[in-house]
Design a protein around this ligand. Structure first.
Ligand code: FES
Ligand code: FE2
Length: 444
């Protein structure tokens, strides 16, 4: 349970809020590069950390990000003209460069120097692996980008393996983030219908079904925290570990797949306090069941997206949403082939976190032992936001880009092994490490 004050600290990310200030210390994913397919193309409305911004690719191919409201009298620059060197407001023709300087003010006398006194708010942007990132903070020189392995392993010559996707969610960012750190829900929300005999023998999936209440170890790290959720493997001398990370301020590396064989990270980015955009970044080389087919005990369906619109909330919307009850299939739920009747793991997560309400009131919750990682993440975030707010302490990872060099996944270890030390080699970026048979995951 949280106090009202702590819940507010965690969930409010607008300008001037402690968590909003904390998040503005970091580079933030805001869009996919594919939203800006051509130089000089259409602007896109971007809502991030409760700021209304307009993103565009200028005619020379550079990305720009500018506050929506024109500094003259507030007209929306969404309707502006995307011209060489900047955006021109169509109300009175003021023009702003990507650095925010007013470079033309045709509504004033030619000898006026008024334009030199006017600046629009703009933010630095850069593109990496198909994602547009922005820095909304106050440093004159932005900090380095986090050094995710995903940035390196997928050079431009391997475009097929790159995954950069986004899905919007209608609830506060923390609900999404918490779902990624709460590995115990896997045994219910996603496979609650399954018996151990439904899973291939000797797989992670089978171990996870056999024991739905794993124990946890947590270690704080430079980037945030790592957890290992462990349960019995096949023989009494071995444990199955699910190893995953919370990385400041809103990243998760999740425990699905085989440790050492997968590279990836997910970002839970607040749009405003009641909406978020989830970015899935990097490569997932793990075993993946064919999404078109029913695989064993699992029914899979693609998470189809609606076409993007130009609305603030019109990008990367799932076809299944609150308004259609996520197309829940009650017969499927009764059939024993799905716990939820919602035939997609992502949509199950989406449905259940949105069902907690736009901003869950955590004064009403009752946390159990399976919530230890959620509790730890909240503590770390609250402490860092307070320290940042009270004395300007730079939060974890901002100036330590290499701290983000990590991998997550599942592994079987001897009972006598130290889980963190024994997995150091598998968690280290570089080659993919195939010591473990990928079929051993069973899809978990
Ligand atoms: S409101 Fe933009 S130029 Fe006047
Ligand atoms: Fe989930």
């Amino acid at each position: 349970m949280l106090s009202v004050e702590d819940n507010d600290i965690l969930t409010q990310t607008g300008p001037g809020t402690p968590m909003g200030e904390l998040m503005r210390e970091y580079w933030v994913p805001i869009a996919l590069s594919s939203e800006f397919p051509v130089a000089g193309g259409d602007q896109v409305r971007i809502l991030v950390l409760s700021e209304r911004l307009i993103a565009f690719r200028s005619p020379d191919g550079q990305m720009g990000l500018i506050r929506e409201a024109c500094p003259h009298r507030g007209a929306s620059l969404f309707y502006g003209r995307n011209e060489p060197d900047g955006i021109r407001c169509v109300y009175h023709g003021w023009k702003f460069g990507t650095d925010g300087g007013c470079i033309d003010m045709p509504s004033e006398p030619a000898n006026s120097n008024f334009k030199r006194k006017i600046r629009a708010t703009t933010y630095p942007v850069q593109e990496r692996i198909g994602i547009v990132w922005a820095y909304l903070g106050s440093r004159e020189t932005p900090p380095p980008m986090p050094n995710f392995e995903a940035f390196d392993v997928h050079a431009d010559d391997e475009p097929d393996e790159m995954i950069a996707s986004a899905v919007m969610r209608d609830c506060n960012w923390l609900q999404g983030m918490e779902g990624d750190l709460d590995t115990s829900h896997f045994g219910f929300l996603h496979v609650g219908h399954a018996q151990t005999s439904d899973a291939p023998d000797g797989t992670f999936l089978q171990y996870a079904i056999a024991d739905r209440a794993p124990r946890y170890k947590i270690v704080e790290r430079d980037f945030g925290a790592t957890y290992g959720a462990y349960r019995q493997a096949d023989d009494p001398d071995h444990l199955y570990w699910r190893i995953a990370h919370f990385l400041f301020p809103f990243y998760a590396m999740i425990p699905t797949g085989a440790l050492g064989q997968k590279v990836g990270v997910r970002a839970w980015v607040p749009m405003d306090d009641e909406h978020m955009m989830m970015f899935n970044i990097g490569a997932d080389t793990a075993y993946r069941p064919d999404p078109e087919q029913e695989v064993g005990m699992w029914v899979f369906e693609d998470d189809r997206l609606l076409p993007n619109t130009t609305d603030w909330y019109g990008r990367f919307r799932l076809e299944k949403h609150q308004g259609n009850d996520y197309l829940i299939d009650r017969d499927l739920q009764r059939s024993g082939r799905s716990f939820t009747g919602i035939p997609s793991i992502h949509t199950e997560d989406q449905a259940i976190t949105e069902s907690m309400g736009p901003i869950y009131d955590r004064t009403k919750e009752h946390l159990g032992t399976s919530d230890v990682m959620v509790i730890r993440m909240r503590r770390l975030l609250i402490a860092a936001a307070r320290a940042r707010h009270e004395d300007g302490t730079v939060p974890p990872g901002v100036d330590q880009p290499d701290a983000y060099q990590e991998r997550s996944g599942g592994v079987v270890l001897g009972k006598d092994k130290d889980w963190l030390a024994a997995t150091a080699y598998l968690r280290e970026p570089g080659e993919l490490r195939y010591e473990m048979d990928i079929q051993m995951t069973g899809g978990a």
